[in-house]
Write a protein that binds this ligand. Sequence first.
Ligand code: PHE
Length: 468
Amino acid sequence: MQESSRPRALWGSRIGFILAAAGSAVGLGNIWKFPYITGNNGGGAFVLVYLVCIALVGLPIMIAELMIGRHTQRDAVGAFISLAGRRSPWQLAGWVSILAAFVILSYYSVVAGWTLDYILRALQGTFTAAAGTDAGQTAEHITALFGGLIENGSRQLIWHCIFISLCLGIVIGGVQKGIERWSKILMPVLLGLLILLFVNGMLSDGARQAIAFMFRPDFHKLTSGAVLEALGHAFFTLSLGMAAMITYGSYLSRKDDLFGSGLRIALLDTGIALMAGLAIFPIVFSAGMQPGAGPGLVFQTIPVVFSSLPGGNILALLFFLLLAFAALTSAISLLESQVAYLIDERGWGRKRATVCLASLAFVVGIPSALSSNVLRQVTPIADLGVFDSIDLIASNYLLPISGLLTALYVGWFWSGQEEKGELLAGGSGWIYPTWHFLIRFVAPVAVGAILYYKIEETGLFTLIKNLF
Ligand code: PHE
């Protein structure tokens, strides 16, 4: 194994690592995407399938990624080179995952920028129920805000730039003084905000309906597309296939319990997604609105609802702060995964690597920021055009490809002794047979199925057509 001459950066504490990794996992996926895909797919049964996917596919792959990182103490590309050899095709898994991190960061930051815009608006009191105007007018006004924002390229670019700069500011500080320190501040605040909004949701009139919607499964509503979407989302929400968990795992000390940590991260991530649903759906129902509003749920429906409630402007402020913090701790893991590559494999200094990659992410995100306004002319608001296409390439192709390669390598080609050693080191060797079975058979079949159906369903041709 090639060892770098510099001592490897390590997490300062186990809780610091868990908060950072949970910070990566908990993101727009939990608070923006999970509620709207649950809404679109009819609720209960979808949630159940999603939980099964997390337990049987997501968690085993997460443990595999942490294991690869910790064992090799390198970035995602270097990790596969160090395991399988410089000429081995397995390093493709690392490359694809870093490419995914790169592509995703560029548009993730644009959406994250919208949350900053909404924070500013809340500070300006935009979501206050204006006395004298009727509810219909307020709703129209708030709905138009989102359309106005995605039509306004320069406004989006400014927010995109600010958001990337925030990521840069954190990642440049390094593992302990940047990522870990900020995760320890942002994650507890995020949890606090979510608890407030959750309690608010539970106290509102729509609570019962929301609980029934999310937890009473109606299997008639479950389509095979929904199962695949649940599986794909389990992947995205746990930050798998994007180099993030390999990179964060590489800063773990040899003694840490990988299974215990992975389990805590997955539980936090899942718990937070469910709480986000239970914070959002009750107020959607109590306002008599529909849960299946698509991507506009968080940026259109929710603000409309807030603006009709007394004190709604404060709720809106808390909600968008929550969303922004969640996005920030995720985006830094995407940036860090790329930075780690330049540091470990190319010998760059952290400052230079961070500044270059953040600038590049900004530039590559420009089309995403500008395109939605062009495409909006021909597509309805809920369909974000180029966004969808990029999200499609990344989540439907790149993530499953790297996930599949990772599961195959770990399940079939890596030495069982070394894997067992990694689990034993933290005292959870007992889980080895179960984990090994899941990673060997269940994960590759499930991830292979996503890939197969997605390729069949979308076809490369449609994809290219969408892009141009
Ligand atoms: N897990 C994040 C979310 O749910 C997305 C993400 C993926 C972030 C990979 C970092 C790395 O939004």
